[in-house]
Design a protein around this ligand. Structure first.
Ligand code: URA
Length: 237
């Protein structure tokens, strides 16, 4: 749906029709980062980014998607060498989307793509301790002793002592399967935590972030928009 720029601005509460016409004529209004001085310029409410005095007035609605990231692509918006997570997505707002947080190239699972910088900031803030749950397959026998060590925190190769992490053993033997919940996001954190107890992660998949779980119906590389309750759940934990 599109409408005249002056009508759009007054509908958004920027001022009366008369006032907003002046703002447009004086070059104070930008649509998609370009000054527009035509009062009857047609704005697409669901697509266009409208700013007045450099402040965003309407930017459609925020977009929130969950992607089941496959191995082999990197968590970036663009890259000259590797395929990125955004290359998997086809969406009219794609150019505005970015991933919240990072998964390694060989890690699979839940990745949030959004254009909501504030949400990203809150979820990634080191003060918030947002829980992230991973399923991992480990070379080596994961023991209760490892669970206890993870619970107090282990020291990584660079001397950093991790925050308490919950380790749940699903099976243990020459190879083990676990769920691990961490509350921070250091570089290669899960892999390095297992290295600290002389074990190796051979497969890693994120299944939960905050209160949001990966939709088990999404195949690898699949994505979908979040429901309203799922957006709320992200910050509920
Ligand atoms: N920890 C890792 O080691 N890798 C990831 O991709 C995420 C957490």
């Amino acid at each position: 749906m599109s409408m005249r720029l002056d009508k759009y601005l007054s509908n958004m509460g920027v001022g009366t029709r008369r006032e907003v016409k002046k703002l447009i004529q004086y070059g104070k209004v930008m649509v998609n980062k370009e000054v527009v001085k035509t009062i009857d310029y047609k704005v697409a409410e669901d697509k266009d980014h409208v700013m007045v005095y450099g402040k965003t007035i309407g930017y459609a609605v925020n977009v929130y998607m969950m992607l089941n990231k496959p191995a082999g692509c990197i968590t970036a918006t663009q890259d000259t060498k590797d395929k990125t997570v955004l290359d998997l997505v086809n969406h009219k707002r794609k150019k505005d989307l970015f991933p919240i947080g990072r998964l390694d190239k060989d890690t699979e699972g839940l990745l949030i793509l959004t254009n909501d910088g504030q949400l990203a900031h809150r979820l990634l803030s080191p003060k918030k301790h947002v829980p992230k749950v991973y399923y991992a397959r480990i070379k080596g026998c994961v023991t209760l002793a490892d669970c206890k060590l993870f619970l107090v925190g282990v020291t990584l190769d660079d001397g950093y002592k991790t925050m308490p992490a919950k380790l749940e053993i699903l099976s243990a033997g020459e190879a083990s399967e676990v769920y691990i919940t961490i509350h921070e996001g250091k570089f290669h954190q899960v892999k390095r935590m297992f290295e600290a107890v002389d074990k190796e992660v051979v497969y890693l998949k994120r299944i939960q972030m905050g209160g949001l779980s990966l939709d088990s119906n999404l195949k690898l590389g699949g994505y979908r928009e979040l429901r309203e309750d799922e957006v709320q759940a992200l910050e509920t934990f």
